[in-house]
Design a protein around this ligand. Structure first.
Ligand code: SAM
Length: 284
């Protein structure tokens, strides 16, 4: 898309110290649902795409992140798709040969009112709450045309926070299917509130206390080769996740007068699906 302006990556956290996503990009094949979208989630995005305003000449879509699965949606003839991500490593690994810009979601290098649909899979909680998430949502509203749609899969913690001990008991009892589920359950259980969030390095430390030998844990649980070491990117990592509920998101939009309104919330039926709803917002 020729509308993209340059947002110099050397300015701000795009060039910051966290190499978390760059390290994950080398292990992306070991990451799976629910951290990546499952087929039901893709169907929810497809429904949102059908609700986006029509445009002669093709839909202009913006993906926040480089979730490769979203490239395969039925974008339609003439569609122009752009991805924005702060990590060069992730862009090169997951969005090769397609149009991506390295920039912050809180400062999108995209013109006002120039996009029919924005998609973001499991991205909102990566920003601090409320400030970073409000800035990202305000940017989404700014770049959307009037009546445009934003569909985002959220990572929502249980309202009655799960106990860390319950997660670890389930882990050691063989009741957690894989590391993708463990990562998100443990991180959500450790988070006291969305504002404080949870430091990824602390998640690694907690798992290390419970299961010092990850290879022994994986073989005891029948988890297949190497995938347990995808958690190594959390070791000593200062990044924090800030999980919030739909009500908090709704209040944020209203309190900050961000012109997006919640149009639908769809929860998938896979295990823990209630924690991974796709929310559709409309630019008002
Ligand atoms: C779209 S999210 C998906 C995360 C995935 N569902 C998971 O939890 O493993 C991941 C991407 O977001 C990017 N990212 C995180 N925070 C960002 C920000 N503030 N601005 C731009 N990109 C960001 C990362 O570089 C990474 O490529």
């Amino acid at each position: 898309m020729s509308r993209a302006r340059t947002n110099p990556p050397a300015d701000g956290p795009a060039a910051g110290p966290s190499a978390h996503w760059s390290r994950i990009s080398q292990r992306w094949d070991q990451v799976g649902p629910p951290l990546r979208p499952a087929s039901q989630d893709l169907l929810a995005y497809e429904r949102a795409l059908r609700r986006a305003p029509e445009r002669t000449g093709g839909t202009r879509g913006l993906v926040l992140g480089v979730t490769a699965e979203l490239m395969g949606l039925p974008w339609g003839d003439g569609a122009a798709l752009i991805a924005v991500d702060r990590s060069q490593g992730m862009i090169e690994a997951l969005w090769p040969g397609a149009h991506a810009v390295r920039a912050e979601w809180t400062r999108l290098p995209i013109e006002d009112g120039s996009i029919e649909i924005v998609l973001c899979d499991g991205g909102l909680h990566l920003l601090d709450f409320p400030g970073g998430q409000a800035r990202m949502l305000a940017e989404v509203a700014r770049v959307l045309v009037s009546g445009g749609v934003a569909a985002m899969r959220l990572f929502v913690p249980r309202r009655d926070r799960e106990r860390v001990s319950a997660v670890l008991n389930d882990l050691l009892g063989g009741r957690i299917s894989d590391l993708n589920v463990l990562k998100v359950r443990l991180a959500m259980a450790m988070q006291r509130d969305g504002e404080t969030g949870v430091r990824l390095g602390d998640v690694w430390d907690r798992l290390q206390d419970a299961a010092p030998d990850l290879d022994a844990l994986a073989s005891g649980l029948g988890w297949t080769g190497g995938h347990v070491h995808a958690i190594d990117t959390y070791r000593g990592c200062e990044d924090r996740y800030h999980f919030i509920g739909i009500e908090e998101l709704d209040s944020l939009l209203r309190d900050r007068r961000i012109p997006l309104s919640v149009e639908s919330v769809e929860s998938p039926t896979y295990p823990l699906g209630e924690r991974f709803p796709t929310i559709t917002l409309r630019r008002v």
